[in-house]
Design a protein around this ligand. Structure first.
Ligand code: AMP
Ligand code: DBH
Length: 555
């Protein structure tokens, strides 16, 4: 395995192969198989462009030729891929897989601090990007490449039309698509070795690099496609940035291409864009984070998207952060489709509620692991095993969960147990049926003078109020109790006036213990978001701590 990566111990690797999880195939091969089996079917829809499997396959080959011949990229070379949701994402990642180069995925929301870190940490030989959403990603990549030490990385501009208006210092992706294919550039990478780097969400500090192998990732993709019942009739819409692990692999675009379905690229997550695409493309499966799902639910309930035919939609996947049961129960009646909760992490472990699960399980749990060989431990702060049903920190290891971050021995010693379990930092409890209920991050729990408050529990109560669109409860520093709870609340559009006394009375009437009643309520128009659109609790905590530190200015 690549230097700086932690291999699975041999006895585990043997077991995973014997069980048929690790099959020795490669990600580059996934599209080749697709092109053989589904040649003329639509692989990807992006704006007014539609590429068949054969076309996508051919493009990947031509681009692979150009990347190897013109940019001199070689097997093992890391390449930062920071692209918006367009068809080029697929062309680029499969081209890189074919020449054995390693994509390093960056979200479009990442800025120079993160991107220069990725370049420095991996020694990336190139950055493939395209400006989007009013930001000059190409300009940023050029600055990052300039400022990085060592040999200068190439900057590739993947925007359609870039060749007509070339940027100084950048090469247009269009100009790299070779007219002929040189099979000499293709390599057969070791399926047990690193195929690409995903990023950790990184709630603190810079994102950490997650090395994933062909073997482990393909297993999670195939198994996810089965669990989600994908087939050639699947039309998948990602309302998330597709370079994120969720829309890439759970089952994501890779699962869809494995099954012969079509991927529809949503340029933005708005209800107008996404509900419009669901109707026009006949989308059957869509994936969203909770804040986006809430926007869709509200838009449909308000009649803002009235007249839209959403009947093709069979399943909405919601994951990336806790989807409150109050919100989860609205999905089937409002959108007319089933809900699937997805609790995953780029480090590996992914849990799904299953199509055959009953209503209470689908709305009230975050699913159960993909694999019979996903090992789950739930531990108390002192490291002892929690009793059945008792919440604790989730530790996991298994056939597609990494054994270490890239080149991070010091951090790994803390993030993994000596016997290889990944400490997820998530507080969960296990139901008698083996489903997991996420109660928050270890760090999100509020310690109010020794009384522990699980934010998600209070948020679910707040969400039951008809005038509330979304809620996030975070800790604020307090001189006496250490911490108190602050509830940030977004009112529902067209709802009644939401005031602090109204909300607090509502919570008391629901019978909530008094220590769980938020000490402070802030009504705001929106929440700060992470790169994929999850609510950034870190920013909310900082905002309230900041506000408290400057009481005079507030008054
Ligand atoms: P990332 O580091 O970006 O891969 O994010 C992974 C983390 O997102 C997990 O460890 C959880 O904290 C959180 N997460 C993902 N899906 C869910 C979910 N369905 N419910 C609650 N938390 C989730
Ligand atoms: O949040 C995540 O990282 C995530 C959520 C759902 C994920 O990586 C996944 C599914 O694969």
């Amino acid at each position: 395995m690549r230097h700086g990566c932690t291999p699975w111990p041999e006895e585990f690797a043997d077991r995973y192969r014997a069980a048929g999880y690790w099959t020795g195939r490669t990600l580059g091969g996934l599209l080749r198989d697709g092109a053989d089996r589904f040649a003329d079917r639509t692989a990807v829809v992006s704006g007014d462009r539609r590429w068949t499997y054969a076309e996508l396959d051919g493009r990947a080959d031509r681009l692979a030729t150009g990347l190897a011949r013109r940019l001199d990229l070689a097997p093992g070379d890391p390449v930062v891929v920071q692209l918006p949701n367009t068809a080029e994402v697929l062309e680029v990642v499969f081209a890189l897989f074919r020449i054995g180069a390693l994509p390093v995925y960056a979200l479009p929301a990442h800025r120079s601090a993160e991107v220069s870190h990725l370049v420095a940490a991996t020694g990336a030989r190139a950055l493939v990007t395209a400006s989007a959403a009013g930001f000059d990603h190409v300009g940023m990549a050029l600055r990052v490449a300039e400022e990085a030490g060592g040999p200068r990385s190439h900057v590739v501009d993947a925007a359609p039309g870039a060749a007509d208006a070339p940027r100084e210092g950048a090469v247009a992706l269009e100009a790299l698509r070779s007219d002929t294919v040189d099979p000499g550039v293709f390599t057969a990478p070791d399926p047990a070795d690193v195929a690409f780097f995903q990023l950790s969400g990184g709630t603190t500090g810079l994102p950490k690099l997650i090395p994933r192998t062909h073997d482990d990732y393909l297993y999670s993709v195939r198994a996810s496609a089965d669990i989600c019942e994908l087939g050639p009739d699947t039309v998948y819409l990602s309302a998330l940035p597709v370079v994120h692990n969720f829309p890439m692999s759970s089952p994501g675009f890779l699962g869809v291409l494995y099954a012969g379905g079509s991927v529809v690229m949503a340029p933005d997550p708005s209800p107008a864009t996404c509900l419009g695409l669901i109707e026009s493309e006949g989308v059957t499966l869509a994936a969203a984070v909770p804040p986006v799902a809430l926007l869709w639910l509200d838009a449909v309930e308000r009649g803002a998207e009235s007249g839209r035919d959403l009947s093709s939609l069979r399943m909405l996947q919601v994951g990336g952060a806790k989807f409150a049961p109050e919100a989860a129960r609205r999905v089937a009646p409002v959108l007319g489709c089933r809900l699937q909760q997805v609790f995953g992490m780029a480090e590996g472990l992914v849990n799904y509620t299953r199509p055959e699960d009953d209503e209470a399980t689908v709305t009230g749990t975050q699913g159960r692991p993909i694999s019979p060989d996903d090992e789950i431990r739930i531990v108390r702060p002192d490291g002892t095993e929690a009793d059945p049903g008792e919440p604790g920190e989730l530790l996991t290891r298994g056939p597609y969960t990494i054994r270490g971050y890239y080149d991070a021995p010091v951090h790994n010693a803390r993030a993994f147990t000596p016997d290889g379990f990944y400490r997820t930092g998530d507080v969960v409890r296990l139901t008698p049926t083996g489903h997991l209920v996420v109660e928050g991050r270890v760090k999100d729990q509020i310690n109010r003078g020794g009384e522990k408050i699980a934010p998600d529990e209070v948020e679910d109560h707040i969400l039951a109020h008809p005038d509330v669109h979304d809620a996030a409860v975070v800790a604020m520093p307090d001189a006496y109790l250490g911490e108190r709870a602050c509830a940030y609340v977004i009112p529902r559009e067209g709802g009644g006036a939401l005031t602090r006394p109204v909300l607090l009375r509502f919570l008391r009437e629901r019978g909530l213990a008094s220590y769980k009643i938020p000490d402070r309520v802030e009504v705001v128009p929106e929440f700060p978001a992470t790169g994929v659109g999850k609510v950034s609790r870190r920013d909310l905590r900082a905002a309230i701590a900041d506000a408290l530190a400057r009481p005079a200015e507030r008054a």
